[in-house]
Design a protein around this ligand. Structure first.
Ligand code: UDP
Length: 196
């Protein structure tokens, strides 16, 4: 859709793929899958900024975060998307499936306050969900290695990354080969929603 290969799945189907990929990744040492989302801003950047388009082309999967993307798929493609997968909704499908299957989450990004509150609230909402680590998203390039080491020591199945678009997409692609995780999922303003 609008130049981006977009997965034709529902939220629950994407969460099933997450579980399958992460369990496979645990059993077989493979590079993490990078999962991005597309919305109006992403499509516009993809069309106008070559370096962003190059980064987007390296994602393993892109899902339609915005309703406009679903609408465009109905107008311009032969196989319209079944559903909008807003990351703020998808997190809950993912959390339920992670509870059932024992997948672990690491939450990277947002201010210290927002990150802390979002994790506290999700630990209450999903008591058996394993949020095994979190870190705010305000760090320098010099701290990247320290962050990678912190994440790799915990080996989470899903690393959620909220650094704002396009910073988070560049960070995920730059770091993917250094990270010992199953999925790297960008999540923009998610923590503000989770923190309420
Ligand atoms: N953020 C961050 N580090 C940065 C820049 C932004 O952790 O260097 C966080 C910011 O606090 C917010 C999120 O990234 O929680 C960006 O949210 P926004 O809604 O702007 O993201 P978008 O969905 O537009 O990508």
């Amino acid at each position: 859709v609008a130049g981006l290969d977009t997965v034709c799945l529902t939220k629950d189907e994407l969460a099933d793929v997450m579980v399958k990929d992460c369990l496979f990744s645990r059993a077989n040492k493979i590079a993490p899958k990078v999962v991005f989302s597309s919305n109006g801003q992403g499509i516009s950047l993809n069309a106008t900024d070559k370096s962003f388009a190059n980064i987007m082309s390296q994602a393993d999967m892109i899902h339609a975060d915005g309703q406009s993307v679903v609408f465009a798929s109905k107008l311009f493609t032969k196989k319209p998307l079944p559903d909008r997968i807003a990351t703020t909704d998808f997190f809950h499908n993912a959390a339920r499936k992670a509870q059932e299957s024992g997948l672990t989450f690491f939450m990277l990004g947002a201010s210290e306050e927002e990150s802390k509150l979002a994790c506290e609230k999700m630990r209450i909402k999903y008591p058996t969900l394993k949020i095994i680590g979190r870190r705010n998203g305000y760090f320098t390039k010099d701290q990247n290695q320290e962050i990678i080491d912190e994440i790799n020591a915990l080996k989470p199945d899903v690393l959620w990354v909220a650094l704002g678009k396009p910073k988070q997409e560049f960070w995920c692609i730059e770091m993917r080969d250094k990270l010992d995780v199953g999925w790297i999922k960008t999540c923009g303003g998610l923590y503000a929603f989770l923190a309420g």
